[in-house]
Design a protein around this ligand. Structure first.
Ligand SMILES: *Cc1c(COP(=O)(O)O)cnc(C)c1O
Length: 414
C-alpha cells in the first residue's frame, strides 16, 4: 500500500490512517494522501489495468468479424470472489463465487446480448426481439439503445417490476404475455419472422448469443490462475449458460492450456424442473406443466423447445455432471447467506447454485477438499422484496440516547 496519511482539505494538517471523519484542528474534511514517488517507481502497467477490458478481448473466440459491430457496455470481467465465510458455513475448504451481478444490467445476460446485438448489426438487422423472464429483456433493451436498434421484448405477466423498469427506461417496447415464459417464447418466435428482426431470445434459439456464455469459463480459468475448479454450479433455466461454460473449458483444453474440464451442476427450482426431472428419471425431457417458484429467472417450462433440455443433459453426461432441484425456502435461505456471509446481494434465481451446494455437500456428493465455483447470475435489486419479505424497519426520533439504547439492544439479541 502506498497510502501514507489523511490530509485535511481545509488546513492541510496530516493525520494518521485511522478512523477519523474530520480534521481535529479545523473540522475540515479529510482525504487520503499517497506516496506518489514510491508509486511511480513501479511499472504503470502493474498499477492500472489496461482500459477497454470487456467481452471483446476474447473476440478471436467469438463469432463476430466486423470490429465496428462490437457494441459494449463493459460486460464480463466480473470478479471470482473467494468466500471463506460461506465456505466455512457449508463445510468446504475452497469456495468461490463468480459474481455475475456485476454486469452492466446486473445479470450475465449481458454477455449473450453483447454478442447477439453485434451479430444483428453485422447481419444488417434493424430490430431486435427477445422473449425473457426479465433479465434478458433488461439487457437487450440496454444494448439495443447503445446500438441504436429498435427493440421489442416479450415477458411473462408476473415479471418482477424492477426488470420491467430496466427494459422500459432504455426505450424498448415492452409487452407482457399472459401465462408462463414459454408463452412469451412462442410469441417472440412467431413475430421475429419479420425480415428486419433478429430474435435474441436467450434459450438455444440464437446460436450467436449463446457464445457469449463461454467467456464465463475463460474468466474463471484465468482468475483461478490456470487451475480449473472441480465443480461449477450453475442456476439453469434453458441451459445456455451451463452449456457455454462447458464449451469454454473444452476450448481451453483444446488450446492445450488444461486437461481438466470441471464437472457442472445444473441447478433448477423445484417448482419448475424439467431438466432435473429428466436427469433423475433418465427419461426424455418433458415440458413442465405448471411453473411455480420465487426464482423467476430460472423458471423455464421448455414447452415447445424440450430439445434445449436434451442439450443440457448431453452436456452434463459429457462431464459427469449432475442436475439438482432446490425449493423456494432453500433458495431464499441462500440469498440471505450470500448477503450475510459475503455481502453479495443476489436475486432468488441467482442464488440457486449456493442453495444446491449446501445440499450436495450434506449429501456427500461434493467433498470438502474439492474446489467449487458457484455462479451468482443476477442482482438482488432486480427482485429485492422476494428475499426480505418487506423493507419495514424501525424509525426513531433524532434522539442520540434512544439510538444508543437501540444499538445495545440489537447487539444483545444477536
Ligand atoms: C437467464 C438466467 C438464468 C438461466 O440461464 P440459462 O442460460 O437459461 O440456463 C439464471 N439466472 C439468471 C439470473 C438469469 O437471468
Amino acid at each position: 500500500m502506498f497510502a501514507k496519511e489523511l490530509g485535511c482539505t481545509g488546513c492541510g494538517k496530516a493525520h494518521g490512517l485511522k478512523a477519523l471523519y474530520a480534521c481535529d484542528a479545523c473540522g475540515g474534511s479529510l482525504e487520503v494522501k499517497y506516496d506518489y514517488g514510491a508509486i511511480f517507481k513501479k511499472e504503470i502497467a502493474d498499477l492500472l489495468p489496461a482500459p477497454g477490458l470487456n467481452l471483446w478481448r476474447y473476440r478471436s473466440l467469438l463469432p463476430i468479424a466486423n470490429e465496428k459491430a462490437m457494441v459494449t457496455l463493459f460486460e464480463g470481467g466480473t470478479p471470482l470472489v473467494e468466500s471463506p465465510a460461506l465456505a466455512g458455513h457449508m463445510g468446504m475448504d475452497r469456495l468461490y463465487l463468480k459474481d455475475e451481478t456485476r454486469n452492466p444490467s446486473g445479470a450475465f445476460k449481458d454477455r449473450l446480448m453483447a454478442v447477439g446485438v453485434a451479430k444483428a448489426i453485422e447481419l444488417g438487422f434493424t430490430h431486435v426481439v427477445t422473449a425473457s423472464s426479465g433479465n434478458g429483456a433488461a439487457s437487450l433493451a440496454a444494448y439495443a439503445a447503445k446500438a441504436r436498434l429498435s427493440c421489442t421484448v416479450f415477458i411473462p405477466e408476473n415479471t418482477p417490476m424492477a426488470k420491467v423498469a430496466q427494459a422500459r427506461v432504455s426505450g424498448a417496447k415492452v409487452i407482457k404475455v399472459r401465462g408462463d415464459y414459454s408463452n412469451s417464447f412462442r410469441v417472440a418466435r412467431e413475430v421475429s419472422t419479420e425480415p428486419s428482426c433478429m430474435n435474441l431470445t436467450t434459450t438455444f434459439l440464437n446460436p450467436y448469443a449463446v457464445e457469449g456464455c463461454k467467456t464465463v469459463a475463460y474468466e474463471i480459468f484465468l482468475q483461478a490462475a490456470g487451475e480449473a475448479p472441480d465443480w461449477i454450479l450453475v442456476p439453469t433455466g434453458a441451459g445456455p449458460l451451463l452449456y457455454g461454460i462447458k464449451r469454454g473449458f473444452e476450448e481451453i483444453a483444446q488450446l492445450g492450456l488444461t486437461t481438466k474440464v470441471p464437472r457442472l451442476v445444473a441447478v433448477q427450482a423445484a417448482g419448475c424442473r424439467p431438466i432435473e426431472e429428466a436427469y433423475r428419471l433418465n427419461s426424455p425431457v418433458r415440458s413442465w406443466p405448471k411453473a411455480e417458484t420465487v426464482a423467476s429467472a430460472i423458471s423455464d417450462p421448455l414447452r415447445g423447445y424440450e430439445k434445449d433440455g436434451e442439450r443440457v443433459l448431453t452436456t452434463l453426461r459429457s462431464c459427469s455432471g449432475l442436475a439438482v432441484a432446490v425449493n423456494d425456502q432453500e433458495i431464499i435461505e441462500a440469498v440471505r447467506l450470500l448477503a450475510e456471509k459475503e455481502g453479495v446481494f443476489s436475486e432468488p434465481g441467482g442464488a440457486a447454485a449456493v442453495a444446491a451446494l449446501k445440499m450436495l455437500v450434506r449429501a456427500g456428493k461434493i467433498r470438502r477438499e474439492e474446489k467449487v465455483v458457484c455462479v451468482v447470475t443476477g442482482h438482488g435489486l432486480k427482485d429485492p422484496i422476494a428475499a426480505i419479505g418487506d423493507t419495514d424497519v424501525e424509525t426513531i426520533e433524532p434522539d442520540v440516547a434512544d439510538a444508543f439504547r437501540k444499538m445495545r439492544v440489537s447487539k444483545d439479541t444477536e
